[in-house]
Design a protein around this ligand. Structure first.
Ligand code: NAD
Ligand code: UD2
Length: 303
């Protein structure tokens, strides 16, 4: 049994990870400031320490007696990064450096959340880990910064890390009521209540929607692939879904009619984001994810 720290463990992805870690018999400590997460999400038997991941004293305290750290705490929104550039930077990049620095003192590996946002609008699809990073947002720039600092953690301080470039993750417990939430949780919530949804732009932009179970499988497999070379791995399906197609699938599933509206496109919108899951297959042994429709059904059943 390991003693594991999960930052952001009261959030969407973190809460699923903590449940899986507890089921596997690990002792789990969570650091969370509950800014977007909720105490209701805390996995049974996990210890919660309330605090800010960018505070060095807190990060050092929560690392005590820990063998491994999953760093997921962040302000997980491109739009919030545009509204509060400096505040999100503090949580997203200073927070990651603070965690890596505290891990350095205790010499423990760090598995951290990166994002497909680091790629921006890639010239060729599907996106592999060798596609040049060209973020189009402060959020993406900070996630890329996490990867560069993870490299420093390995080269300068000998700390093993692994960065998981999550594509667009969805599943139960993704906060449906936050305007900054993922598109699937917003659309499922509104359509299931008979309310209209707004597509930003014409809806032809595509995304690679990954079920949270696939993300948890990647996180659980990550520690054995962590190294001082600071590897990074896409967590994606390789399947493209346009936002328009998604809205129509959900409209049909919810029995809603005429509920799709269009608004202005988002500034800095990424047009197409489809990843190659090949490296995740080789390095983490990830298999094919479940079908998108099954995953959408799980979200609707949870609401
Ligand atoms: P989430 O908002 O549900 O969870 C983030 C958690 O971090 C929340 O519980 C929040 O309260 C906590 N937190 C935020 N700032 C904090 C701080 N300064 N100190 C302590 N705790 C803090 O988001 P999520 O979707 O579960 O995302 C988890 C991670 O995965 C994030 O790093 C996010 O950037 C990354 N990611 C998510 C997606 C996605 O599609 N959901 C895709 C790519 C990457
Ligand atoms: C980015 C990252 C993702 C993750 C997330 C933050 C990319 C490709 N993905 O997701 O990995 O880090 O940020 O958690 O960078 N949309 C609508 N109507 C709505 C809401 C969204 O049309 O009401 C559209 C939106 O314009 C976009 C798509 O849906 O084209 C997905 O938006 P999102 O906010 O769910 O996620 P995205 O792609 O910004």
């Amino acid at each position: 049994m390991s003693r594991v720290l999960v930052t952001g463990g009261c959030g969407f992805i973190g809460s699923h990870l903590c449940l899986a870690l507890r089921s596997a018999g690990h002792a789990v400590r969570v650091l969370d400031d509950l800014s977007s997460g909720s105490e209701e999400n805390l996995a049974p038997g996990a210890e919660l320490i309330l605090g800010d991941v960018a505070d060095p004293a807190t990060a050092s305290l929560v690392m005590e007696g820990v063998d491994l750290c999953f760093h997921l705490a962040a302000i997980a929104s491109v739009e919030r990064g545009a509204l509060d550039w400096l505040g999100t930077h503090r949580a997203n990049l200073t927070g990651a450096i603070t965690v890596m620095d505290a891990a350095r003192a205790r010499r423990i590996p760090v598995i951290y959340a990166s994002s497909a946002a680091i790629y921006g609008d890639a010239a060729t699809l599907p996106i592999t880990e060798d596609t040049p990073p060209r973020p189009l947002s402060a959020y993406g720039a900070d996630k890329l910064g996490c990867e560069l600092h993870a490299r420093a953690a390995g080269v300068v301080h000998g700390i093993p890390t692994l960065g998981l470039r999550f594509f667009n993750v969805f599943g139960p417990r993704q906060d449906p009521r936050s305007p900054y939430s993922g598109v699937i949780s917003i659309f499922c919530d509104r359509l299931s209540r008979g309310e209209a949804v707004t597509i930003h732009g014409d809806g032809s932009q595509t995304r690679d929607f990954v079920p949270v179970a696939q993300v948890v499988a990647a996180l659980l497999a990550a520690p054995r692939a962590a190294s001082v070379m600071a590897p990074v791995v896409n967590v994606c399906t390789g399947q493209a879904t346009s936002v328009r197609m998604l809205a129509e699938m959900l409209e049909q599933a919810c029995g809603a009619r005429g509920a799709i509206r269009h608004g202005p496109p988002r500034s800095g919108e990424i047009r197409h984001s489809i990843g190659s899951p090949a490296r995740a297959g080789e390095l983490l042994g990830l298999g094919a994810p479940p079908d998108l429709r099954d995953g959408l059904g799980e979200v609707l059943a949870w609401l």
